[in-house]
Design a protein around this ligand. Structure first.
Ligand SMILES: Cc1cc2nc3c(=O)[nH]c(=O)nc-3n(C[C@H](O)[C@H](O)[C@H](O)COP(=O)(O)OP(=O)(O)OC[C@H]3O[C@@H](n4cnc5c(N)ncnc54)[C@H](O)[C@@H]3O)c2cc1C
Length: 423
């Protein structure tokens, strides 16, 4: 008999978990996702942004035959960052990044799932939103497109439903799960730009482009296929630059004055869309465990959403799946043992990642300068005396053999300094 695992959420984490579980003989997987099927209908633009995939996330994708290649073939390789102010400065990366749009990543993992797994053991339901669960009966209630509510039973339930997870909320309300949820003090708007036709104004196609203003409003653009430049404009919650704009002209004026390198990439259509596009709010989540009994598991943002400052959230969600798979192996698919062991292993890493993401990247300009100096010095010392000096936090994050806990330990001094000085 197959064990039925119901996964709520077809984001990167939930879909990768389905791949992993279906490699094992004993599972049947049902996925319920509240949004449309991305392979059959385009997502709305406001719900996406570029994701950089590092070795941590790619290592998890690599375990599924053909998946990493399917993703990297559609991605852009990034070799550095162009920091723009009056002039532009190119800062090379130690290792290249793979960048792609979040929704494109989801599409590719899903496409590979549909192509490669036994369809008798996989059921995918879109426009299907979990509205409640009954953990005494092992059932979830799913609202489908026509408003009807279906009751679905499960043997095991996985919350991969993102930072606003309803399952996590249920565990807080009914099962004493301790969970701190807070908003990052910065909001963002997704932006979709295009390389200008004038070659003199075009931006490098192999670097991230970043600019920070005095009031800490900043813009990040990541080259995408077909000469697109997708990214985000990030601003203090109390300082939304779009608040008083009423026309395209206001947006163009703002861009020309503040982001002159980027403004040639803005089209009239995008300026109009920017006025209407809703702002995104980012939640962070810190839980004391990632499971309930032997039946319910939380993964990815549902368990540990973090600020995007270090670009780790998705990488960590994918890594969750790899680690969960290793623990399943260790306990031969005995979920009674696997779930607590997974929490024990992963929760300290998630807490460390939250602390790193909250603090490792400074907000004050003077500290940003100090950061680059430390980065250079640590790289230099590490090259000369690798056993004595570890690389700095950003370089350590690229090494998937070092846990977030170890990275925090090695950089606690820097984090403590920023906690005191940067707020
Ligand atoms: C601006 C920005 C930039 C980022 N950049 C990076 C980056 O460069 N690198 C990186 O690693 N991470 C980055 N992240 C973080 C990354 O996007 C998330 O960590 C990642 O998407 C988490 O994946 P997930 O599958 O756990 O959750 P999600 O991607 O949130 O997916 C959850 C899914 O569950 C569905 N869902 C929610 N509720 C229900 C329900 N009740 N019923 C059914 N379905 C439901 C949602 O529709 C969604 O599809 C960034 C985040 C932001 C906001």
């Amino acid at each position: 008999m197959w064990k039925k695992v119901v996964i709520i959420g077809a984001g990167p984490t939930g879909l990768l978990l389905a791949h992993y579980l279906l490699r094992r003989e004993q599972y049947q997987v049902e996925i319920y996702e509240r949004r449309d099927d991305p392979l059959r209908k385009e997502f709305e633009a406001e719900r996406t942004f570029p994701i950089n995939l590092q070795e941590r996330g790619r290592k998890a994708l690599r375990k599924i035959e053909g998946l990493e290649n399917a993703i990297t073939e559609e991605s852009v390789w990034i070799y550095g960052t162009n920091s723009h102010s009056k002039k532009s400065r190119r800062i090379p990366r130690k290792q290249p990044l793979v960048c792609l749009d979040r929704n494109q990543l989801v599409k590719l993992i899903l496409q590979h799932l549909e192509k490669t797994v036994d369809s008798n053991r996989l059921k995918l339901s879109f426009n299907s939103k979990l509205i409640s669960l009954d953990d005494t009966k092992n059932t979830v209630n799913i609202e489908v497109e026509n408003g009807e509510v279906l009751t679905v039973n499960y043997d095991r339930l996985v919350a991969a439903d993102g930072a606003r997870s309803r399952i996590r909320q249920h565990l807080v309300n009914k099962k004493g799960l301790e969970s701190e949820v807070s908003y990052v003090p910065e909001d963002y708007k997704s932006v979709f730009f295009q390389q200008p036709s004038n070659p003199d104004l075009q931006l490098d196609r192999d670097t991230i482009h970043a600019q920070t203003l005095k009031d800490r409003t900043r813009m990040l653009l990541v080259p995408q296929p077909e000469d697109q430049l997708n990214g985000v404009i990030v601003f203090d919650t109390k300082n939304n630059p779009f608040e008083n704009f009423s026309s395209q002209a206001d947006v163009f004026e703002f861009m020309k004055t503040n982001f002159p390198f980027f403004s040639p990439c803005l089209s009239g259509e995008e300026a109009e869309a920017l006025l209407e596009r809703p702002i995104g709010k980012v939640l962070t989540v810190r839980c004391d465990r990632f499971h309930e009994d032997s039946k319910i598991l939380m993964l990815g943002d549902a368990a540990h959403a973090v600020s995007p400052s270090l670009g780790q959230g998705c990488n960590a969600g994918l890594e969750d799946v790899l680690i969960f798979d290793q623990v399943l192996d260790q306990y031969q698919d005995n979920w009674e043992k696997t779930l607590p062991a997974f929490s024990e292993k992963r929760v300290p890493d998630a807490h460390a990642l939250k602390e790193l993401s909250d603090y490792a990247f400074p907000r004050r300009k003077i500290l940003v300068a100090e950061l680059f100096l430390r980065l250079k010095i640590k790289r230099f010392l590490n090259r000369l005396f690798p056993n004595l000096f570890k690389p700095f936090v950003f370089d350590l994050l690229l090494d998937s053999n070092i846990s977030y806990r170890e990275i925090l330990q090695a950089n606690q001094g820097w984090i403590n300094r920023l906690k005191k000085a940067d707020r």
